[in-house]
Design a protein around this ligand. Structure first.
Ligand SMILES: Cc1ncc(COP(=O)(O)O)c(C=O)c1O
Length: 389
């Protein structure tokens, strides 16, 4: 488990991203954390070692990443996993027991819904979903059995904004923990632990890795909250390998500058899409008429690089637009330097039953855009020619 100690709290975000946990290698002076491609570590005598025994338990490249992640989220400790869903699984399995309940915001990543519905529900963990995003909406669903409240903000794919501080207060009043999936914002834009959340989860596959070349996940929180999750990580074993940890570490170094450009490009495109006659509705928290705009201003540094929009003409038109994109790739995932578009109904959120999905507003006309850091005029031109069909 990586621990954020030392000067990290005094450094600015970009400095932490480049240096926290990433001191020159003590053995060789290598400036960049090496990929410790070793499964095991030689001991001087039984139990006498340099802090590492076996790479499922701990590996120096992974420790560096875990330390950097903790420093960026303002947490005591971090744990790096093989995927975002492995991180989510570890949180749920380590903290919940049969009979326990989870209250989650209804708009959430389809894979998280599938995990709760198809994996944890059969093991006796019940999930309740709040369509009402206000703190009262959550309070109404919490019972004496609720151990965990789970939210994303901005949410995937409708970019709703949830008030982290207010929901943390509600969860704590009922004796539950608040976990925030911070994947869409990244710690550069929002640090949920500082707002009262107990756990932060990421798919590091997205903005943290930033280059669409690695799948990973992490959990950050206090030592006390993370202890059972660390036990589960070692016991179950879905750890980030050293090469994957290296790729995420490399991505972190440019997180601050990348996020600035993602946000700047998204703002331009969101405003342009609002004025486009082929577009029925735009979901972007940076728009002043977005219902979560004021909360987003308060809890985020900027409004992020994700936009969803609904085209006029429904599913057929959405499919036509997506097939005509040339520069922007039609692909799952998000948060990479290159722009990606996806059709949530048939891609990222296909695991949600159609009726439930549509009731939640994820209909066939919805398109989700992960705005990359390309020249924004080129992105606008690509969208313009695709929407002109
Ligand atoms: C918000 C969010 N959380 C978690 C995940 C799962 O992460 P991974 O694909 O790395 O398992 C995703 C994946 O798209 C996501 O969008």
């Amino acid at each position: 488990m990586g621990r954020a100690t030392g000067n990290y709290g005094e450094w600015g975000f970009a400095t932490r991203a480049i240096h926290a946990g990433q001191e020159p290698d003590p053995a060789t002076g290598a400036t960049i954390v090496p990929i410790y491609a070793t499964s095991t570590f030689t001991q001087e005598a039984p139990g006498q070692h340099k802090g590492y025994e076996y790479s499922r338990t701990a590996n120096p490249t992974r420790t560096a990443l875990e330390t950097a992640l903790a420093a960026l989220e303002g947490g005591e400790c971090g744990l790096a996993f093989a995927s975002g869903l492995a991180a989510t699984t570890a949180v749920l399995a380590a903290l919940l027991r049969p009979g326990d309940e989870v209250v989650a915001a209804a708009d959430l990543y389809g894979g998280t819904f599938r995990l709760l519905d198809k994996v944890f529900q059969p093991w006796g963990v019940t999930a309740r979903y709040s369509d009402d995003r206000s703190p009262t909406g959550f309070a109404n669903l919490l019972t004496a059995k609720t151990r965990l409240v789970w939210v994303e903000t901005p949410t995937n794919p409708l970019l709703h904004i949830l008030d982290i501080a207010a929901i943390a207060e509600v969860a704590h009043r009922h004796g539950a923990l608040l976990a925030v999936d911070n994947t869409f914002a990244s710690p550069y834009l929002q640090q949920p632990l500082r707002l009262g959340a107990d756990l932060v989860v990421h798919s590091t596959t997205k903005y943290l890795g930033g280059h669409s070349d690695v799948v990973g996940g992490c959990v950050v929180g206090s030592r006390q909250v993370l202890e059972p999750i660390q036990f589960y990580q070692n016991a179950a074993g879905a750890v980030a390998g050293p090469f994957d940890a290296f790729l995420v570490l490399r991505g972190l170094k440019t997180l601050a500058v990348r996020m600035e450009q993602h946000c700047a490009n998204a703002r331009v495109l969101a405003e342009w899409l609002c004025r486009h006659p082929a577009v029925e509705r735009v979901y972007y928290p940076g728009l002043p008429d977005h219902p979560g705009h004021e909360v987003a201003r308060r809890q985020m540094r900027d409004f992020g690089g994700m936009i969803s929009f609904r085209v006029r003409g429904g599913g057929e038109q959405a499919r036509r637009v997506l097939s005509r994109l040339r520069l922007i790739s039609l692909a799952e995932s998000l948060g990479g330097v290159e722009s990606l578009a996806c059709h949530p109904a048939t891609m990222t959120h296909a695991s949600i039953p159609p009726q439930l999905r549509e009731a939640r507003g994820i209909d066939d006309g919805l398109i989700r855009l992960s705005v990359g850091i390309e020249t924004v005029d080129d992105l606008r031109a690509d969208l313009a020619q695709a929407l002109a069909c």
